[in-house]
Structure formats: structure tokens, C-alpha cells
Design a protein around this ligand. Sequence first.
Ligand code: CA
Length: 222
Amino acid sequence: MSNRTIQVDERLYDYILDVSVRESGVLRKLREETAALGGVARMQISPEQGQFMAFLVELTGARRMLEVGTFTGYSALACAAALPPDGEFVACDVSKEWTDVGQKYWQEAGVFEKITLKLGPAVETLQTLLAQGQGNAFDMMFIDADKSSYLQYYELGLKLVRPGGLILIDNVLWGGAVADPAEQDEDTQAIRALNEKLHTDNRITLSLIPMGDGLTLARRRI
Ligand code: CA
């Protein structure tokens, strides 16, 4: 036992999956089809993270959720299923090819009607939503797209998410690179800059969860 977060090796990770993950058959099929795409599949969130995010949707009673970086639609499916029947999930991505993979599973799971897909650069989509009067209109947001735009997504998200709403940010540990001074590539620097900004940002309350590749929870202060 320890007052530090436990190190999770392969055996322990398998155990966590075995005793806690309740992945639906549709989510499993979507994960398997995504895995068959090859290396790009690492852009998909892990099953326990999908379950955690759906848990947060349920816990907070979120009705409207916004996502930047939908990829093949696993997180959208997991979270949309946890929204109430009249809930809405706005999914932003640049790739028709990838989001097409998810659409048949959204149909199969009965969440297709809740999901509005916005194809195009997400900064523009978010700005358009603001211009359409969608400020403070979302209960939750998930940011999981190009890392060099993370700061922009976050700032726009703080306007789109209501006070008390939650912004989730993925890959904040970036395979550990954020803590390695030798890593100076653009993506690593962008994630580091966001992590450091959030640490002292008084507009939010903050928790960084070492789940998956690191998941930050930022709640917009009321
Ligand atoms: Ca990710």
C-alpha cells in the first residue's frame, strides 16, 4: 500500500479489465473493427476509459455533450448511450472515413438519433456553435484531437460548457513524454503547455487521472 498512485503492469491491467469493465457487445464490435485498421487504432480510448466517461455522464446528469476528435466513434457511442433519451451529442471530426466506421454501430446501439456529426476543422465548428448562441449550452465536453490545437479547443470549450460543466482532455501524459525534458516535439510541447496552464487556471477545478494515456477533468467554476 502506498500514498502514491499504483503502478499498473500487464497482469494488474488485465485484472482491472476482468473485474470492472462491462463493455456492451456493440462497443466490443466497434473496438474490434477499429483494431483491424492497424496502428491508427491507438487513437481509440481504452474500454475502461469509455466506461469511466459514461459513468461521468450518468453521475452529472449531462444532457448535452460536445466531442472534439470522434475518430471511429467509440467514446461517442459509450457517452451517448449514457445520455437521457432526449440528450444530444455533438461529434466533431475531420475524417468521414473514420467516423463512417462508427455510424453503423451508433445505429445498432440505438444512439444514432442523439449524435450530430460535424465534419470539418473543429475550431471552426466550435466558433460556429458559439455564433449560433450555443455558449454555456453544453454540460460536458471531451477533447481528443490534434494536440497543437488543444489550447484553442479548451478556451472555446470554456465558453461552450456551462458553469459547473465538465471538460475532459485526453492524452495529457502523452506516453510519459511530457515529463521527459528530452522530448521537445510540437505535440509534447503543446500538451505540456496546456497542463501547465490548467494547473494555475482559476476558472476551473482540476483533476488529472492517470487512466489510459492520462485524462484531465476540468470543471468550469460556477
Ligand atoms: Ca486520445
